[in-house]
Design a protein around this ligand. Structure first.
Ligand code: ACO
Length: 329
C-alpha cells in the first residue's frame, strides 16, 4: 500500500520569457540546421530572456502565480527552496532575493545546487523539513537563466538550452493527496561529463579563463545521453517499486525535458504509452531545474491532471544527479 502523504502540492505556477529563439535563428548563429536539431533533440524553439534579466525576476513571477493558484499569501510561507545553477549572483542566495521581492517575510530561504535535479531535490528536502522542523507552507522553485551560461559559438550545446522558472506551494496533505515517495541519487565519478568549470574557486573568472570559455557549459553529449536514459528509467522504477505503484497506474509521467529521444527511451523502458508522457521540450528546450515544475503547471492548467491523480516525475542532470517522485496530485 502506498504510504499516507503528509505534504501536498497546493498550487503551481510558471513563468518563461516572452522572447522566442527559433532553430531558424540559431542557423544564423552557428553551423547547424533546423532538421538536425529537430531530429536529434525534438526542440523547435526555446525562450531566452533579454540580456541582464536576473533569475529572481522571472522566478518571483512563477512563485506569485503558484501562490495565487494555492490561495496562499506570501506572508504565510515559512520556507523557500530554489533549485538553480544560474542564480542572480554567487551570493547571497537568489532565494533570499525572491523572498524580498514577493514579501515572504517569515520565510527561511536558500538555494540548492543539483543542476537539472534541483527541483525534485528541493521537493524531498522541503517535505523532510516540513515534517521535522514545523514549517507549514513552503515554496519550492526550479529556475534557470541558462542563456547566461551558454557558449553561443558552441553548436554542441547552444541549441539545447532555454530559460524558464516553475514553482509549487506545499502545505499539509488532505486525505490521500500529497507526496507519496521520492528517491534521490548522485554519482560524483562523472563530474566532467557536464560542468561549468569556470565560475568557482577552481577556475575563478580571470580574463584568461573567461577567454577560454571556462565560464560556459561543457558537455560530453553522447555520454550524458546514455547515462540519462538509464538513470531516469531506474530512478522512476525505484520510486514506483518502493511505493508499490505500477507504471500503468500513473495518470501522467512528467520527465525532465532535455531531449525528446531521452524521454522516449525512458517511457519505452517503463512501458508507459506516449499519451501519458508530458512533453514540452519542443517549445522550451532544456530549462534544467525548471523543466519539471513548468511541465507540471502546464499539465495542471491544461486539465491533463486532476486532484487525486497519480503523477510520476523523474529527472537527471549534472553531478551526476538524478531524482524521482510519485505524488497524488
Ligand atoms: N548541429 C549540427 N550538427 C551538430 C550539432 C548541431 N547543433 N551538434 C553536434 N553536431 C554534430 C557533431 O559534431 C557530430 O558530427 P560528426 O559525426 O561529424 O563528428 C554529429 O553531429 C553527431 O554528434 P553526436 O554528439 O554524436 O550527436 P548525438 O546524436 O549524440 O546528439 C545531443 C547530440 C543532442 C547533444 C545528444 O547527445 C544529447 O541530447 N545528449 C544529452 C545532452 C543533454 O541533454 N544535456 C543536458 C543536461 S543533462 C540533462 O538534462 C539530461
Amino acid at each position: 500500500m502506498p504510504k499516507k502523504p503528509h505534504v501536498m502540492i497546493l498550487g503551481t505556477g510558471h513563468a518563461v520569457p516572452d522572447r522566442v529563439l527559433t532553430n531558424a535563428a540559431l542557423e544564423q548563429m552557428v553551423d547547424t540546421s533546423d532538421q538536425w536539431i529537430m531530429e536529434r533533440t525534438g526542440i523547435c524553439e526555446r525562450r531566452i530572456v533579454a540580456p541582464g534579466t536576473p533569475l529572481s525576476e522571472l522566478a518571483s513571477l512563477a512563485a506569485t502565480r503558484a501562490l495565487a493558484a494555492a490561495g496562499v499569501s506570501a506572508k504565510e510561507i515559512d520556507l523557500i527552496i530554489l533549485g538553480t545553477v544560474t542564480g542572480d549572483m554567487k551570493f547571497p542566495a537568489t532565494a533570499c532575493i525572491i523572498q524580498d521581492l514577493i514579501g515572504a517575510k517569515q520565510a527561511v530561504a536558500f538555494d540548492l545546487s543539483a543542476a537539472c535535479s534541483g527541483f525534485l531535490y528541493g521537493l524531498q528536502i522541503a517535505e523532510g523539513l516540513m515534517l521535522t522542523s514545523g514549517y507549514r507552507k513552503a515554496l519550492v522553485i526550479g529556475g534557470e537563466i541558462l542563456s547566461s551560461m551558454v557558449n553561443w559559438q558552441d553548436r554542441d550545446t547552444c541549441v539545447l538550452f532555454g530559460d524558464g522558472t516553475g514553482a509549487i506551494v506545499l502545505g499539509a496533505a488532505e486525505g490521500e493527496r500529497g507526496i507519496i515517495h521520492t528517491c534521490l541519487g548522485s554519482d560524483g565519478a562523472h563530474v566532467k561529463l557536464l560542468y561549468n568549470p569556470g565560475c568557482g574557486s577552481l577556475n575563478p573568472p580571470t580574463p584568461d579563463n573567461v577567454a577560454a570559455q571556462l565560464h560556459t557549459i561543457h558537455m560530453a553529449g553522447r555520454e550524458v545521453f546514455r547515462h540519462a536514459v538509464t538513470a531516469m528509467s531506474n530512478a522512476m522504477q525505484q520510486v514506483l517499486d518502493e511505493a508499490d505503484i505500477a507504471p500503468d497506474e500513473l495518470q501522467l509521467l512528467i520527465p525532465h525535458q532535455a531531449n525528446l529521444r531521452i524521454i522516449e527511451g525512458v517511457a519505452k523502458r517503463l512501458h508507459i504509452p506516449a499519451e501519458r508522457v508530458y512533453i514540452n521540450v519542443d517549445r522550451f528546450g532544456n530549462t534544467s531545474s525548471a523543466s519539471i515544475p513548468i511541465a507540471l503547471d502546464e499539465a495542471s492548467r491544461a486539465g491533463l491532471i486532476h486532484p487525486g491523480d497519480l503523477v510520476g516525475m523523474v529527472t537527471f542532470g549534472a553531478g551526476l544527479t538524478w531524482a524521482s517522485a510519485v505524488i497524488r496530485f
